[in-house]
Design a protein around this ligand. Structure first.
Ligand code: GLN
Length: 200
């Protein structure tokens, strides 16, 4: 197993599913940090934007100065991983005219894309680069409606819509990998971190 003990991965802890991500980070041997202030970003090799409510998290991010600070973090080529609401926060555009948040990733997302009937569900997804299907849990999930640059690589689709994608140091996922026992998507993110800052 790869040794990730040299890395510290933050989880933005303003609102949402924070502890489950921290548990997976630790299971893979890295250090997990709940991030509540912009100063903590300097300690991190990578940052996760968790699921929750994107409007609420976005408002708190603006209030605490995280919008500019995280944009700066991304400019330093440090990896960011947005899950569910976190994916919405990363997007350059949101369907329906709502103002976008970090505006980092060349995707246009649709919030609550699966409708009321299918509020939440689990399905086995084929993910590019993974040997086994991934048990994906969707909770009032968004999906990627449009990919707006060729720099975005599609890693998984559900019913023809992109639900996992990567663009350079950015990873975005419509579902909740932290709610399963399968660590392979978190491992994918740690591989991105390792590539950004090779182990010394
Ligand atoms: N529906 C939420 C939003 O639009 C996202 C849900 C989630 O993160 N599980 O922000």
């Amino acid at each position: 197993m790869t040794d990730y003990s040299a890395y510290t991965v933050g989880v933005l802890a303003l609102q949402g599913a924070v502890t489950e991500h921290m548990r997976q980070i630790e299971q893979l041997g890295a250090t997990a940090l709940a991030v509540k202030t912009v100063e903590q970003l300097a300690l991190l090799d990578g940052l996760i934007l968790p699921g929750g409510e994107s409007t609420a998290i976005g408002r708190l991010m603006r209030h605490y100065g995280f919008i500019e600070a995280i944009r700066d973090f991304a400019r330093q080529r440090k990896p960011l991983f947005g899950t569910c609401a976190g994916m919405i926060l990363l997007a350059k555009a949101i369907e329906g005219g709502e103002a976008a948040h970090l505006q980092l990733m060349d995707i246009r997302v649709q919030r609550n894309a699966f409708g009321r009937q299918t509020d939440s569900f689990q399905t086995d997804l084929k993910v590019k680069g993974l040997a086994q299907p991934f048990p994906a849990v969707f909770i009032r999930a968004p999906y990627i409606r449009h990919i707006t640059s060729s720099a975005v690589e599609k890693l998984a689709e559900f019913n023809g819509n992109t639900v996992l994608a990567k663009q350079d140091n950015l990873l975005a996922c419509a579902f909740h990998p932290e709610l399963t026992d399968d660590l392979s998507i978190m491992r994918l993110f740690l591989t991105m971190i390792e590539q950004a800052r090779p182990h010394r």
